[in-house]
Design a binder for this molecule. Structure first.
Ligand SMILES: N[C@@H](CCC(=O)N[C@@H](CS)C(=O)NCC(=O)O)C(=O)O
Length: 217
């Protein structure tokens, strides 16, 4: 067993789990996954021991516990600077931190109206106005990054920002959100990453269903 674990929950529904898992995979740090069942009280008690917030993802590395996705990104960037989760350039790094922060603390309307659900597909889904404002802001962020850093990812090479926004890419697919070609192509590049393909394949195998899910999990 590696001396590193990442606790996550549903691969179909848990967008924060996906972010943390992608960050860990992008960093190149070997880790074991601990997948906590969604609704099991015993699992929640166990999770409390692993993650003080009772939330996932939670990384434990060499006995150091790191919870909350942004903290995990910062920790992995310190541990594995060669993976460049955050750019070496101070300007790009500040930009990356800003848009990761915006994802972490914002876009509540998008998150509640279009929850991550990899197994689902809703052609012609009607997006309400507030969620559309979140989508417009995200598209502006991505367009600006792709223009400034020249692609193929938000900051040129793959970075923490791509991990933070990957669940949004999946929502755009699930809810059939209409987008300009450059944004569709960026989304396709994210979906084609071997890490995303592996995650989605596992999500397809999950049996748990949350019918009443109406907020981001
Ligand atoms: N701000 C936290 C959010 C984490 C979060 O909300 N995680 C959800 C799963 S996506 C969770 O653990 N929910 C547990 C539960 O509701 O039982 C982070 O950045 O990691």
């Amino acid at each position: 067993m590696a001396n590193t674990t990442l606790t996550i929950s549903s691969k179909n529904y848990s967008s924060w789990s996906l972010r943390g898992w992608l960050l860990a995979r992008f960093s190149g740090l070997p880790f074991d996954e601990i997948v906590m069942p969604i609704d099991d009280p015993a699992a929640r008690a166990e999770l409390l021991l692993l993650s003080p917030s009772i939330l996932v993802p939670c990384l434990v590395h060499d006995g150091i516990k790191v919870w909350d996705t942004l903290a995990i990104a910062e920790y992995l960037n310190e541990l594995r600077p060669e993976a460049a989760l955050l750019s070496k350039d101070i300007r790009a790094r500040a930009h990356c931190r800003s848009i990761c922060g915006e994802m972490h603390s914002g876009f509540g309307s998008l998150r509640s109206a279009l929850p991550m659900n990899l197994k689902a597909h809703f052609p012609g889904f009607k997006v309400w106005a507030r969620a559309q404002s979140d989508i417009d802001r995200i598209v502006a962020i991505w367009s600006d990054c792709l223009k400034q850093y020249g692609g193929p990812f938000l900051f040129g090479e793959r970075s923490a920002a791509d991990a933070m926004y990957a669940p949004v890419v999946t929502r755009f697919v699930t809810y059939d959100v209409k987008l300009d070609p450059e944004i569709v192509e960026y989304g396709q590049r994210i979906m084609a990453l071997p890490e995303m393909q592996a995650w989605i394949a596992d999500a397809q195998q999950e049996v748990e269903e949350i019918d009443e899910l109406d907020v981001e999990f």
